[in-house]
Design a protein around this ligand. Structure first.
Ligand code: FES
Length: 121
């Protein structure tokens, strides 16, 4: 026989609840405005790689500077600028919305552009 269990106060702990992951919309302006959805707090370069967004890159680790891009819309939806980014971006760049895609996490909708890579001579 099952004993009655005194559970005490009913505490609903919903901090662990598997809430639906919110998603964000990322528009790759330089790639004909291709728009994709990604989980909240996604790394911008990773999304670009996964979805063939087209942001140029080499190291993926904040060193080479190749992934410099400009957040055309939604700069407020990006996370804090990392010290590694400051090696490639000055204050004017940052004010203008430039970020290093491999170091940037997206918390809301953004539109991103970049300098298309020139073909090596
Ligand atoms: S890919 Fe090298 S700094 Fe981002």
């Amino acid at each position: 026989m099952m004993a009655d269990t005194e559970a005490g106060a009913t505490v609903i702990d919903d901090t662990q609840a598997p809430a639906k992951t919110p998603t964000v919309e990322i528009t790759f302006v330089t790639n004909q405005g291709k728009t994709v959805r990604a989980p909240h707090n996604s790394n911008l370069l990773r999304v670009s790689l996964r979805e063939q967004g087209g942001i140029p890159f080499k190291c993926g680790g904040g060193i080479c500077g190749t992934c410099k891009c400009r957040i055309e819309q939604g700069l407020e939806n990006t996370d804090d600028v990392k010290p590694k980014e400051r090696k490639h971006l000055n204050d004017d760049d940052l004010r203008a919305g430039y970020r290093m895609a491999c170091q940037t996490f997206i918390k809301g909708d953004v539109a991103v552009s970049w300098e298309p890579r020139t073909t090596p001579r």
